[in-house]
Design a protein around this ligand. Sequence first.
Ligand code: ATP
Length: 214
Amino acid sequence: MEIIGIFGGTFNPIHNGHLSLADTVLNTLHCTQIRFVPAALPPHKAAPAVTAQHRATMVKLAIQQYPRYVLDTCELDRQGPSYTIETLHWMRQRFPDRALCLIMGQDSYQKLPTWHRWTELLDYAHLLVIHRADTEKTLLLHAEHAGKRVETAQAAQAFSEQPYGLVSYLTITPPNISSTAVRETLAQRDAHLAAPEIPPAVLHYIRQHHLYSR
Ligand code: ATP
């Protein structure tokens, strides 16, 4: 069965850590595509000052040269908080014959029990967690996921054999970049300076629309 990766985030803005993470997942799971899903109203963060439309456009610019990456704006079309469980429900209807894999950094996985209907996520998708710099290089598996973990080396095979229900962990660490740090850097840096943490097309868009400047 083909595997579709689903990578949700605030992407405020998208940065090279996100792209590196997606590349690692693609190479590990051999996904046919990775769908980048910007949150319109992230339930666990203050409402972003930059609109969902701007954040989605930056994702589009960042991924345009990668044939297997797709911008999915399904959360922009819904009202209310952008709950991942609703996104997965929608994806399951849309792709009934594929394995779905929700992708997240380790910091997100640790906070998973605060997510709306989090114990149901595995009823729709597999979960792939990626190590994030400055966190322990072990996965603290939630008790609710006991018995569902597969070793990294077996993940591609196991995830393709059933459509949902498994958890795996990648210890490869993407570059230590966060959107928070990028926003702070952009606010301080002179407009003409480069920002190596984000793709050039995204930096150009940010400058053009005067985003993240103080
Ligand atoms: P912020 O600093 O504003 O909280 P962020 O950099 O964590 O943002 P998000 O868009 O919230 O970016 O992240 C989406 C997903 O990508 C999350 O699951 C997060 O854990 C993961 N992620 C983002 N950057 C990295 C990174 N450098 N390494 C590993 N995972 C990452």
